[in-house]
Design a binder for this molecule. Sequence first.
Ligand code: GRG
Length: 306
Amino acid sequence: MPDAAFGAAAAATDLLIEARESIETLLGDWAEHLQADLGGRNGQALSYALRTPGKRVRAALVLGAYRTLGGRSSAIAGVAAAVETVHAYSLVHDDLPCMDDDDLRRGRPTVHRAFDVPTATRVGFLLVPVAARLLAVAARELGLSSAALGRMAAELFQAGGIEGMVGGQWLDLEAEGRTLRLPEMIEVHRGKTGALIRAACSLGGMAAEGGPAELEALSRYGEDVGLAFQVADDVLDATGTSEELGKPAGRDAELSKSTYVALLGIDGARAEAQRLAMSAVSHLDRAGVPSDALGALAGYIVSRTS
Ligand code: GRG
């Protein structure tokens, strides 16, 4: 399927750059204050984890969803930063020796390598309440009610919890050394990777005070791009270099993980990612909320090289 099916790639690049710039300024400010409050090695490690730059796909999805429903305030960056902070926590813990045991993340030493395992473990936990505070401040600046903040917090932390990311990771850890069939793999990745990506889209819509049908369409778009993201990730792990990825390539095969590539082959996995991205966009079109930005981000998610 040609990438043109998803709209102009430049729209995705622009949104990713904007998301990166706005949230990294905000996260830099928070990192500075938190480091000063906490002090010592814990403060330095927290700041390191908050500042390590990623692609900021989840932040771009928050911005894209918010604007699709007519949101215009720059305070949306705080919601995007909250989602990225939950994501940052998951990366710090995922890299620990008791999980994937990785040395490199985002082109830099992982937190437990730059510091040590107990510090990285603490930092991961510390990031969760930082995300809650970022969300609360952003909701106030956006002029949202406490009820709206409550719904958004439930959305973010359910997606980050046992019903979502933690639950998916749990299933993934339990499945180590066992070959998963496709339905089981979908269940793992809908939780582990997809839930937070879906929540990023829903939260953007909630911040714009979207109606039920619009929020449902964003959620279904997010569910499909969330899975597409993981399928593309499996392809990149098998085909990319460590330099391109900023983390060790080929880890899935090394750890004998069940992946879409192992199950469908590289071409089959690429085709599945494209199918999911197309399906994601169709939910928006059918609900009457077409979005160039979200279309372009769906295309980016399945054609990215890092
Ligand atoms: C203790 C069971 C238990 C869970 C703790 C560690 C954890 C919670 C969850 C793991 C979630 C995880 C790391 C999922 C992988 C998601 C993924 C594909 C990450 C890579 O995302 P990118 O490419 O990274 O967007 P950047 O660096 O660009 O932000």
